[in-house]
Design a protein around this ligand. Sequence first.
Ligand code: AFP
Length: 284
Amino acid sequence: MTSLEPIFEAIKTSAFRIHEAITNEDTDYSAQSNQSGDIQLKLDIISDLIIAEEFSKLPVIKTIASEEKEEAETLHPDGQLLIAYDPLDGSSLIDVNLSVGSIFGIYDGGWDAQNMIAAVYVVYGPRLEMVTAYHESVRHYIYRHGRFKEMELIKLNEKGKLNAPGSTQNCWSSEHKALIEELFDEGYRLRYSGGMVPDLHQILLKGGGLFSYPATSDRPNGKLRKLFEVFPFAFIYELAGGEAIGAKGERLMELPCSEPHESAPCYFGSKYEIAKAKDVCCKQ
Ligand code: AFP
């Protein structure tokens, strides 16, 4: 089994560099151009370049697919692993100083969810944090005094108390609306920032609940992308003891992916909430 430690170290280095850029760089296209005439880079493009640069140093990585690039890119033809990543998910929230994140899915043998062998995300918030899912454990790290310090393993309770309902509510199906309202009627608390990484991180660390980004009338295939958003969090939630399903109650980890930017409706949560989702709205 290939050791993923060099990849996790490259992600830590990228996280530190991106955290610095978030603090110091101009976050929008500016009017200035650099020496070669390129328009000043946006922060999410800078983040993409940082990650690609760190991954280019690892011969084990054959191909990368980024949310910021139309096509996948071969780094090392003799490499073994494929990595899909969203370099700065939720970047539109930076202007209002809300938490954002980077998401990574590590695949061996192809881009279908069943080929995923590990998933990682980084949270850029009041603290810099990283979560890795690999070898049956979901590990949590907090950046303190110059290094990522390992904390307790992450496990979801059978049932939680947080409800994170995404997308435009007037585009929800009546079944999805009924599910969300049932949870609120049971006393669940609304926790939704519009950033997938902090919203799912909160449910993982607060013991459970439901995050949903359903099929809607304006987005019949949902919004979140399979390769670098949906599959990595499905992998993480299942390893943490929860479940992750699609619009028809199917396991997200059984879905294929035929092109890098394909999206899928998705529900991530503790077992109680996913069972309710299957019963109320995600039926075959
Ligand atoms: P941006 O990257 O455009 O900010 O979108 C963030 C995101 O892809 C994901 O992080 C959120 O869960 C989701 O969009 C929020 O979408 P809605 O605003 O439609 O709920």
